[in-house]
Ligand binder design. Structure first.
Ligand SMILES: [Fe+2]
Length: 197
């Protein structure tokens, strides 16, 4: 079964994000979906043809994680945008932030610092599925430094294509715009149920 690109056009009009930037970003995301499907098809054919011991198979196998995560991370990103209300600091996510990071403000400062690091990739708030603890992670490109088994709660794209058209090199201004549009309900819905912690 092939993956289908999702429609995020409802995000057009979001304050701080131009229509051109968003449309370019949607096109880029659709490319990851196409390439994920292509990689699956080619790898399956190579398996049938007995070519699994070849360098070509090995290279595409490595590439698969990059394409797949490029698809999935963008889905998490677009789905945690489009919000209009601030996080309830006394809700489940706000309370967990207080527990693990001292305060919402402490979490926000660290998340912004993570997203401001030099390099291209993602800032991700992850929840450890073994104990419910929250961590901010830097993910390099799409595929390096994901914590195994953890749940992504909030994802921010900091590849240059996510902001350069609107903000040039001012990544900090983009991060502020991102924060103005976080869909906290979507992020909170990704938290592990309390009973599983
Ligand atoms: Fe992106």
């Amino acid at each position: 079964m092939s993956y289908q690109a999702k429609d995020y056009s409802k995000l057009i009009g979001m304050k701080g994000f131009s229509e051109t930037l968003l449309k370019n970003h949607f096109t880029l995301y659709q490319g990851y979906v196409t390439n994920t499907n292509k990689a699956i098809d080619i790898l399956e054919q190579m398996q049938k043809d007995g070519k699994t011991g070849t360098p070509e198979y090995a290279e595409l196998k490595r590439r698969f994680g990059w394409e797949f995560n490029g698809m999935r991370l963008h889905e998490y990103y677009f789905e945690n945008l489009g919000g209009k209300t601030a996080l309830d600091h006394y809700g489940p996510l706000g309370k967990q932030m207080q527990c693990d990071l001292g305060s919402y403000e402490g979490w926000e400062k660290d998340f912004k610092a993570t997203g401001s690091m030099r390099g291209i990739g993602w800032a991700v708030l992850y929840q450890d599925n073994t104990n419910g603890r929250l961590f901010n992670f830097w993910v390099n490109e799409h595929d390096v430094s994901h914590p195994a088994g953890c749940v992504p709660i909030l994802i921010m794209d900091v590849f240059e294509h996510a902001f350069m058209l609107d903000y040039g090199l001012k990544r900090t201004d983009y991060i502020e715009a991102f924060f103005q549009n976080i869909n906290w309900a979507a992020a909170e819905s990704r938290l592990m149920p309390a009973k599983e912690k």
